[in-house]
Ligand binder design. Structure first.
Ligand SMILES: Nc1ncnc2c1ncn2[C@@H]1O[C@H](COP(=O)(O)OP(=O)(O)O)[C@@H](O)[C@H]1O
Ligand SMILES: [Mg+2]
Length: 335
């Protein structure tokens, strides 16, 4: 962990606009399975110092051993690009990198509540959904067709992608009945051949922070970026919206949220023909939902749901996986 004196020195080295006093509050952040995260704050501003570690400290995950240099640089490059692409709406915090120490210095979202807090209370807003969709669509559109970047090994990395796919797709397939697992294996092999654009790669509700006063959204934690099909990011995020709304039986919010997400997405990434991927999208969504109930980090995503409800939602997702699209994703395109 970075000590407090080093933390202040580091901030003063990179943040030129205002001098950081010794009166700041410094605290360790939860999470941090592959990284140490330290929050430094005064009355007006906060910063997060994220040090990339050599090894995972997790007991449940054994990720591939990719060097902290590569991981921090990948996260830095993609977040910085996404920051520039979304500067007008400020949905991605600015950041700096200390390449000697593999530390990112990230502007904090003020008055933060993590999106999981809103998801678990079914209290997110359509405005949040639209900002998230716009930001991600611009990221996808911004890198799409850039063959130099999409073929660059730092973005194209398959090691971490495949680790996640094994966890989320293959391991789920192994737990489910044959009808479901065959579909998942097929989906997995299709996904592995799709190198369309640079993705966020880990668009979960703990990597989205909302300013609880201004309602501004901040998307962080780009270290699992890889080149893939945009529907991966889209469904990674939407699966949590589905889970929340199914749990709270809030079909109106579900409909409005998915509609808003897809409409905004198509506006900001019009070259991606989402309409050609509806069946795949529905299946990714189903697998992503199932993973959040059966995967090793299930308590992080479904802690707020009671056991009976969990089974209902898993069954809903299984049904979604094996039946034709019409009532799940197609409905958003029928107007
Ligand atoms: N810039 C930021 N603004 C507000 N909160 C942040 C910021 N960066 C990190 N956090 C908080 O710290 C947590 C861990 O940071 P993150 O970069 O996601 O690391 P990890 O790789 O451990 O998931 C986040 O879930 C969020 O709650
Ligand atoms: Mg994170």
């Amino acid at each position: 962990m970075i000590n407090n004196v080093d933390a202040i020195a580091l901030l003063n080295k990179f943040i030129k606009t205002d001098k950081i006093s010794n009166n700041v509050k410094i605290s360790e952040q939860k999470g941090g399975l592959f990284n140490d995260v330290l929050k430094v704050e005064d009355e007006y501003k906060s910063w997060y110092l994220k040090k990339y570690l050599e090894q995972s400290t997790s007991k449940i995950f054994s990720p591939p051993k990719i060097s902290p240099e590569i991981r921090s640089q990948l996260a830095y490059f993609v977040q910085k690009e996404c920051y520039h692409l979304n500067k007008d709406i400020k949905t991605v915090p600015d950041l700096f990198i200390d390449v000697d120490e593999n530390i990112l210095i990230i502007e904090g979202v003020h008055h933060p509540i993590t999106m999981i807090d809103l998801i678990s209370q079914n209290s997110f807003k359509i405005e949040h959904i639209e900002l998230i969709s716009k930001t991600i669509a611009r990221l996808h559109a911004g890198f799409s067709g850039n063959s130099e970047i999409c073929n660059d090994p730092i973005y194209r990395n398959q090691e971490f992608r495949d680790f996640k796919l094994k966890l989320q797709y293959q391991n789920m397939a192994e737990q489910l009945e044959e009808k479901c697992s065959n579909l998942i294996y097929h989906l997995l092999s299709t996904y592995k051949s799709q190198y369309f654009t640079v993705l966020h790669g880990d668009l979960n509700s703990r990597n989205i922070v909302v300013n609880s006063i201004t309602q501004e959204v901040g998307i962080i934690d780009f270290e699992q970026s890889h080149v893939g099909n945009p529907i991966y990011d889209i469904t990674y995020f939407l699966c949590e919206v589905y889970i929340s709304c199914l749990n709270f039986e809030n079909s109106e919010l579900l409909f409005k949220s998915v509609e808003a997400f897809l409409k905004t997405y198509m506006e900001y990434n019009p070259d991606f023909e989402i309409i050609n991927y509806l069946e795949e999208m529905k299946m990714h969504l189903a697998v992503q939902i199932i993973y959040r109930f059966l995967g090793p980090s299930r308590d992080s995503w479904t802690f707020y749901i009671n056991e009976n409800r969990k089974n209902d939602i898993i069954n809903y997702a299984k049904e979604m996986l094996v039946t034709k699209n019409e009532k799940h994703i197609d409905i958003f395109f029928q107007k």
